[in-house]
Unconditional design. Structure first.
Length: 271
């Protein structure tokens, strides 16, 4: 399966962002992509002050455009994420569309990005966003895929649940920042790949130093051995990762740790 990682700039103009995303989708299809992945908040500045204004209900403008293009191009589209409005609630939601434009999955970010690093980044998504509560996987002709959004990926249990359902690749639209990105971005994608013996694919917006929130960039794909297949720099880029799922089966057969890590195998003793 050829995955295209679209590290695109995100501006304050939603229509411009959507046009950029659609143009990139056409380009990656022409280069043989089976699935294209957009960044977290691909059509909206990553800023609490913007989420409500840029939000849309299910079936909104950006979702409709991605669905229609997925059908036209016969391309799987992991639509980054966008602010989804449902009643009074607002979610950071990723929508996935199949080759016929059908909605295959919807993942609402479960673990909201609430951090306050001394001397570094402070952000509290929970001031405006509500959390989701689901483990999200979806089916393709290549097998089962997993999906989460950015901060979700720090929680090993969520990735483990996806892979116990059969996921061979976990897609992660994300926007790590200049505090957490240099420290943990590559480490986490390699670590989750090794822990769960799967491919991991993370896609960030391109870095914009003038933005209120500066994304790290460095979109990445890692294989089940923890090797990096591709990694971008800070700027606008499109990367391609050819994912051979026989690699997953081979490593899981040689090192059978995924099936062995069950809670019922461990005796818990109270002190």
């Amino acid at each position: 399966m050829r995955a295209a990682l679209i590290q695109m700039p995100v501006t304050e103009d939603k229509r411009e962002n959507l046009e950029t995303a659609c143009r990139r989708l056409r380009e990656v299809k022409a280069r043989g992509a089976d699935v294209a992945v957009l960044p977290e908040m691909f059509c909206c500045p990553y800023d609490n002050a913007c989420f409500r204004a840029y939000g849309e209900e299910e079936g909104g403008e950006a979702q409709s455009a991605l669905s229609a293009l997925a059908a036209e191009l016969e391309l799987y589209v992991v639509g980054g994420s966008l602010p989804e409005v449902e009643g009074a609630s607002l979610y950071n939601t990723s929508f996935v569309y199949g080759r016929k434009g059908e909605l295959l999955a919807k993942h609402r970010k479960v673990h909201l990005f609430d951090i306050d690093v001394e001397g570094g980044q402070r952000f509290r998504e929970s001031e405006v966003l509500s959390p989701g509560n689901a483990v999200t996987t979806f089916e393709t002709e290549f097998g089962t895929m997993g999906l989460c959004v950015c901060f979700d990926f720090r929680f090993e249990e969520l990735a483990r649940c996806m892979c116990l359902r059969g996921a061979k690749c976990v897609f992660v639209p994300a926007a790590f920042n200049m505090t957490t990105g240099p420290a943990h971005w590559e480490l986490l994608f390699r670590q989750r790949a090794v822990d769960n013996q799967c491919f991991t694919v993370g896609v960030s917006p391109a870095r914009d130093e003038a933005a209120s929130y500066t994304a790290y960039g460095h979109s990445i794909a890692a294989d089940p051995w923890g090797s990096i297949l591709c990694q971008a720099g800070a700027g606008e880029a499109t990367l391609y990762a050819d994912l051979d799922f026989r690699r997953v089966d081979s490593i899981r057969r040689q090192l059978p740790i995924l099936s062995a890590r069950r809670a019922d195998l461990y005796e818990v003793r109270e002190r």
